[in-house]
Structures are given as structure tokens and as C-alpha cells.
Design a protein around this ligand. Structure first.
Ligand code: NAD
Length: 299
């Protein structure tokens, strides 16, 4: 069993850390929010007063933070994680979804200090985090991936080595770009069905086994009711916040612009999520774009 330092115990980090504890690992966690630390204690973990303290004595250090700037801050700052763990040489894993440049910058700093690091963002949402069924998309060396795999298996089902540093993040932004488009598509279908007088449950029963079948429809249905575990049934409590989805689709659009790839549907979806965010849905689950669309008039 591994001794693990876990930094970032939010909507995803908290259940991921709890699953590591359930699998028998020793977890010491750190978060800026005191309630997150209390939740880790309840789950059987230990808490620390800083990221560096959480990483002390760990053989594996995991971060699950909101954005690239938080990840750079925690790992690269003076007195940051890389400096703190250089002597002990644990394996480093960042599971946050961030820009490829930040992922490569942190990995380069780790490697310069003689440390192995993986970018290993996840897919599957908070439902997957609770059920330990996440997909991990890992970028880094084959050796680092082999060492990380048994620990990642305590939190996920599909653990995939995508290539060198940053390639996990590259797969992740493509995934989220597709998921963002899919949720808008399902929302439009359910809103049209309502106006056509259809029962949403019948629409769900047919379409979830027909050609519209998708994770966005079957598991995460934005119309409350048909998919019991979906955030739509909890007044769109996240889940995955709209502001984080906006961050990820923006990352995909920056990458698409840099590589000259046309992504017109992602651009249109991004504009909708941005408007929903500005209309007060920033901290709601991104499937609340359904609620925002519901309030719009056809132009
Ligand atoms: P969140 O905001 O709920 O959690 C992030 C946590 O990091 C918060 O508790 C915050 O207090 C903590 N934090 C921020 N700065 C810190 C610092 N300097 N030191 C210690 N703790 C710090 O976000 P989340 O939904 O858990 O998402 C985390 C990452 O996972 C994001 O990059 C997101 O894009 C990605 N992700 C989220 C989901 C989802 O469904 N929520 C799914 C896949 C990937």
C-alpha cells in the first residue's frame, strides 16, 4: 500500500481520496477550504496545514486543482511541492484538467529535479469519482505510468497511457469539447420534445437506446427525471461546474486555433456556456445550460 499526499479535495478530489483510503492506502490531504479537510478526516484520511506537509513522507503525490495557474502555483512556487519533495523522490501525478503548456512546464521542472511526473486528467465526472469508475488519460514516461497504474486503479476503471508529457491533457480537452457539444445537443432535443408535447421519459427511453444514445443523454440527461444520478435532479449542483467547462472548451479552442483545425460546433457551444455562466450558472453543473436555453427565445 502506498503513502499518498493528496492536494485539492474539491468535488473530484474528495471522493478520489476517499477511494484511495478504501483501497487501503494512507492518505494525507491538503486543501485551502477547511470543510474539505474535515470531509477527508471523516473518510479516514489525515490532514496537513500545507501542500508540502501533505507530501512529506509520501511515495506518491497527487494534485486535483481547478486550473493551470493553481497547478503552477502549487508545484513551482518557491517552497512549492517540487522543492519540498526533491529529496524524497516520490512519483508525482497531476489529475487536474489544465492547458498543455502548464502541464509540460510542471513536468519539465519535475524532471529537472530528477522526479518522474504524469499528467493524468480524468473523465467520468463526480459520479465516476464516487464510484471509482473514472477514466484516466495519462501522459508521461512508460515507467512512470507503470508505477502509477495500481494506484490509479483504486480510483478508476480505464487507465490509458496516451503518450509523452502533456498528451493526457490533449486527450482530455478533446473529450470535454465533445461532451460540451453533446450536452447542448441533448438539451435542444428535450426542449423541442417538450414543445411537441412529448413525455421526456418516453423520449429518454427511446433515444437512449437509439442513435442519439450517448453519455450526455444516458447518464447525464440535462432534463430532470429520466437519469437518476444526473446533476439535473439536484438542481444542477455540481458535478462539473459551468465555469470549469468554459475553461476546458476555451483550452480546446486555443489548441484548435494554434493547429488550424475548424471547430464550429465547439465555438457555438462555448458561446452558449459563456452566456449561461454570465447569467448566473457559473457554479452550477454545466448541464444547467439546459435551464439557460429554456429561457431563450428563438431568434
Ligand atoms: P473544485 O473547485 O470542486 O475543487 C478544487 C479544489 O482545489 C477546491 O477544493 C479548492 O479549494 C482547492 N484548491 C485550489 N487552490 C488550492 C491550493 N493552492 N492549495 C490547495 N487546494 C487548493 O473542482 P473539481 O470539480 O474538483 O475539479 C478539479 C479539476 O478536475 C479541474 O481541473 C476540473 O476541470 C477537473 N475535472 C472535474 C470534473 C467534475 O466533474 N467536477 C470532471 C473531470 C475533471
Amino acid at each position: 500500500m502506498a503513502t499518498i499526499g493528496f492536494i485539492g479535495l474539491g468535488n473530484m478530489g474528495a471522493p478520489m481520496a476517499a477511494n484511495l483510503i478504501k483501497a487501503g492506502h494512507i492518505v494525507t490531504g491538503y486543501d485551502l477550504v477547511p470543510a474539505a479537510l474535515e470531509a477527508l478526516t471523516k473518510a479516514g484520511g489525515k490532514t496537513a496545514a500545507s501542500a508540502a506537509e501533505a507530501a512529506k513522507g509520501a511515495t506518491i503525490v497527487i494534485t486535483m486543482l481547478p486550473e493551470g495557474r493553481h497547478v503552477r502555483d502549487v508545484w513551482l512556487n518557491q517552497g512549492g511541492l517540487i522543492e519540498a519533495v526533491t529529496a524524497a523522490k516520490p512519483l508525482l501525478i497531476d489529475c487536474s484538467t489544465i492547458d498543455v503548456d502548464s502541464a509540460r512546464a510542471v513536468t519539465a521542472a519535475a524532471e529537472a529535479a530528477g522526479l518522474a511526473m504524469l499528467d493524468a486528467p480524468v473523465s467520468g465526472g463526480t459520479i465516476g469519482a464516487h464510484n471509482a469508475t473514472l477514466t484516466f488519460m495519462a501522459g508521461g514516461s512508460a515507467e512512470a505510468f507503470a508505477a502509477a497504474k495500481p494506484v490509479l486503479q483504486a480510483m478508476g476503471k480505464n487507465i490509458v497511457h496516451c503518450g509523452g508529457p502533456g498528451s493526457g491533457q490533449a486527450v482530455k480537452i478533446c473529450n470535454n469539447m465533445m461532451a460540451a457539444i453533446n450536452i447542448v445537443g441533448v438539451s435542444e432535443g428535450f426542449l423541442l420534445a417538450r414543445k411537441l408535447g412529448l413525455d421526456p421519459r418516453i423520449l429518454y427511453d427511446v433515444c437512449s437506446t437509439a442513435t442519439a444514445s450517448s453519455w450526455a443523454l444516458n447518464t447525464y440527461c440535462p432534463e430532470p427525471g429520466p437519469a437518476p444520478a444526473a446533476p439535473s435532479n439536484r438542481d444542477y449542483a455540481p458535478g462539473f461546474m459551468t465555469k470549469l467547462m468554459v475553461k476546458d472548451v476555451r483550452l480546446s479552442q486555443a489548441a484548435a486555433a494554434a493547429s488550424g483545425v475548424p471547430t464550429p460546433l465547439a465555438a457555438a457551444a462555448l458561446a452558449l456556456y459563456e452566456q449561461a455562466m454570465d447569467a448566473g450558472y457559473a457554479d452550477k453543473d454545466f448541464s444547467a445550460v439546459f435551464r439557460w436555453l429554456e429561457g431563450q427565445k428563438r431568434g
